[in-house]
Design a protein around this ligand. Structure first.
Ligand code: FAD
Length: 412
């Protein structure tokens, strides 16, 4: 099932001269198309989808989008060393592409690894260039941590599937063109065995998207309702009733993206930003502040190394395993550490700030969002369960319904 053919078509590793020229190209592009961090005080969540689309289109025109994906699929056809070089140069810039985090961090690798040739050719080029934005739909009101227990039903009708049900906490559904949805195709088998994954057209009138308001005032995620949504049968992703393995793979991509990519709150540049803030506030000589900053810096470096290891595995065509849970848990703990240190540094300005004090607003927004990192993509407790079972070899959680058909499991 896992393929490597549509990743980079660069066969020889690039030489130092080629990589330096590439870095120069990236620097020129970023200078022309985005601001350095510190120059742009906008919170990343505030970025609009349309700005992200334009930025991605420019990246694509410059041959810098989808760096390790094949050229025929809209990628740049370059190596993972080019990707590393891009990441190293761009980490000190403010890239306005957060609304594409799910498209590129989760949906794109899923299409690449599990899509048919026709699906890859139809959907990947627009996804890479930002012409289409994608969301992912797992969680339901009755199925979050226990996502395999979900109720959304897909029933075969001729050469189509008909989808009915409700999803919740769907990030970016309100500006997405397509989504990947997990639905129950067989209720008469144990819960993990009757799921399938489908591509969904989010602009279809049978899809209703209702934004949810968060504590921060933003509306990043949504409720999504499907009422007799007709899906072409060739929009099934992967094999029928094998949706659980796809869901696990996608969750691992998400955990990697949150914990080790640019998608999480604990981006590599954050400790650097806090160090600058401590200097600015004249707190950098305080031994407690220095200890806390050094601790965050070390955790960010660890995050960087975990991310590098996982990205290399993904580039080689492997789906990340439980190391995705280690990355996710580390990223969530780091985000909370950054929240605590930033609140200590900004003090009352983190709770009330004037129109000309952007630092307070930024760190308050960060503080309110940090807890969500411990929930999105599977909670910290769920990651610890996975690490306990799959890394440490501890006994599995007891489940009296493991072999019971989903439709016979008692539920409220
Ligand atoms: C910012 C954000 C973005 C999100 N984006 C998306 C998205 O785009 N698409 C999507 O499908 N979902 C999304 N989600 C939803 C997210 O995946 C779920 O919220 C998460 O899986 C937890 O499910 P739940 O909220 O139903 O909590 P529950 O599963 O009800 O958990 C409640 C509490 O019980 C604990 N718990 C549950 N089971 C166990 C167990 N077996 N062992 C120990 N403790 C346990 C949990 O850790 C938690 O503390 C997002 C969530 C957030 C916060």
């Amino acid at each position: 099932m896992v393929t490597v053919d549509s990743m980079s078509d660069a066969s020889d590793p690039p030489g130092p001269g080629e990589l330096e020229a590439f870095r120069e190209q990236v620097r020129d592009f970023l200078t022309a198309n985005c601001s350095g961090w510190g120059e742009d005080s906008t919170r990343r969540e505030d970025e609009g989808a349309s700005r992200a689309r334009s930025f991605q289109a420019a990246l694509s025109d410059a041959g810098l989008a989808g760096i390790t994906y094949q050229r025929e699929l809209g990628g740049a056809g370059l190596s993972s060393a080019h990707q590393e070089a891009f990441d190293a140069v761009s980490k000190s810039w403010h890239l306005p592409n957060l609304p594409l985090a799910i498209s590129h961090g989760m949906c794109l690798p899923m299409l690449n690894q599990f899509g048919t040739d026709a699906q890859r050719a139809e959907f990947m080029p627009d996804c890479i260039s930002g012409r289409s934005i994608w969301c992912q739909m797992f969680s339901e009101p009755g199925a979050g941590s226990d996502v395999a227990g979900l109720s959304t039903r897909a029933v075969r009708d001729g050469d189509q599937w008909v989808l009915n049900g409700q999803k919740v906490w769907t990030s970016g559904a309100h500006y997405s063109d397509y989504g990947l949805v997990v639905a129950r195709t067989r209720p008469d088998v144990p819960k993990h065995q009757g799921l399938s994954m489908f591509i969904v057209d989010m602009t279809d009138p049978a899809v209703e998207v209702r934004p949810l308001r968060q504590i921060s005032g933003e509306s990043g995620f949504n409720e999504v309702f499907f009422t007799d949504l007709h899906i072409p049968s060739d929009w099934l992703l992967g094999d029928l009733n094998q949706g659980w393995s796809l869901a696990v793979a996608m969750l691992m991509f998400e955990r990697v993206s949150i914990g080790a990519g640019r998608g999480g709150l604990g981006g590599e540049r954050v400790s650097q930003k806090l160090i600058s803030l401590a200097r600015h506030l004249d707190r950098d000589a305080d031994p407690h502040v220095r200890q806390a900053l050094a601790d965050l810096w070390i955790r960010e470096r660890i995050k960087g190394f975990i991310g590098r290891r996982i990205r290399e595995a993904v580039t080689a065509g492997r789906v990340p395993g439980p190391e995705g849970s280690i990355a996710k848990l580390n990223g969530a703990l780091l985000a909370r550490g950054i929240r605590d240190v930033s609140m200590k540094l900004v003090g009352p300005a983190g709770q009330a700030w004037g129109p000309d004090s952007d630092a307070g607003r930024q760190w308050a927004s960060f503080c309110l969002s940090a807890a969500g990192i411990s929930i999105a993509g599977g909670t910290d407790e769920v990651q610890r369960n996975i690490i306990g079972e799959r890394v440490l070899g501890l006994p599995r959680e007891p489940n009296p319904f493991r072999d019971t058909a989903w439709e016979d499991v008692p539920r409220s």
